[in-house]
Design a protein around this ligand. Structure first.
Ligand SMILES: [Zn+2]
Length: 234
């Protein structure tokens, strides 16, 4: 069972240590939705928090979830010092860190500092591995440092029906094995003005596959089941 006890928002009052938790899962497993739900639950308890994200699918400083809820968020740019950010506020009880896999490793260290030196609860959400099934450096550091790690598996299925575990990058209809670790998917509907892409499969998008089909690169009936209109990234 995945431990989602943090969603119940137990307050830090009462002397317990602050915690660093990392919730990970493939694309489309509902990470952003859970992040926003957790923020709502904590805020309702009167706790003060900041929501952080990076490369959100909306392209702006907010978290958007596929089921339509969203929230203002601070964009974690490369040079941003998260300790300084938090210390600029009067009082912060917790951080919700969406897309934490894309932060840099130094920023993950800063999250641990906030937990240990400032008593702030940090709830991080993100992918564990990239399109090659290799760990993002920030995700690796979170695995190493977190008090608790939980895999989220909210019914993401491969085309074959097995549990979706790994993110595949598809370029021109073919699964990519090499390339930059982070490439934002083309959204189809939001192609840059003046781009002359022919209709169809030229762009980059992502799909979740089971381990077997990620390893052998079998996309099943790619054209029928892919969703190029759904922006995503890994
Ligand atoms: Zn499969």
């Amino acid at each position: 069972m995945t431990d989602l006890s943090a969603l119940s928002s137990s307050p830090t009052q009462g002397g317990r240590d602050a915690v660093l938790k990392f919730f990970y899962g493939p694309m489309d497993c509902g990470k952003s939705t859970l992040a926003l739900q957790m923020n709502y639950n904590h805020r309702r308890q009167g706790r003060r928090g900041i929501v952080l994200t990076k490369h959100d699918r909306s392209g702006g400083p907010r978290i958007t979830s596929r089921i339509g809820i969203d929230n203002e968020a601070v964009e974690v740019v490369d040079g941003l010092d998260l300790v300084e950010l938090v210390c600029a506020y009067d009082r912060i009880d917790y951080l919700i860190c969406d897309e934490a896999c894309f932060y840099n490793v130094e920023q993950i260290e800063q999250l641990a500092d906030l937990v240990d030196d400032h008593g702030i609860d940090v709830y991080a959400f993100g992918l564990a591995s990239d399109f090659r099934s290799q760990m993002f450096p920030a995700a690796q550091r979170l695995f190493e440092l977190a008090d608790e790690v939980a895999r989220l598996q909210v019914e993401v299925l491969c085309w074959c029906g097995r549990p979706g575990r790994l993110n595949a990058r598809i370029v021109g209809g073919v699964m990519a094995r090499t390339g930059e670790q982070v490439v934002i998917a083309d959204t189809g509907s939001a192609a840059p003005a003046g781009s002359a892409e022919p209709d169809g499969e030229v762009g980059v998008h992502y799909r979740v596959l089971c381990r077997r089909h990620h390893r052998n690169g079998d996309l099943g009936d790619e054209a029928a089941s892919s969703s190029p209109l759904e922006p995503a990234h890994a």
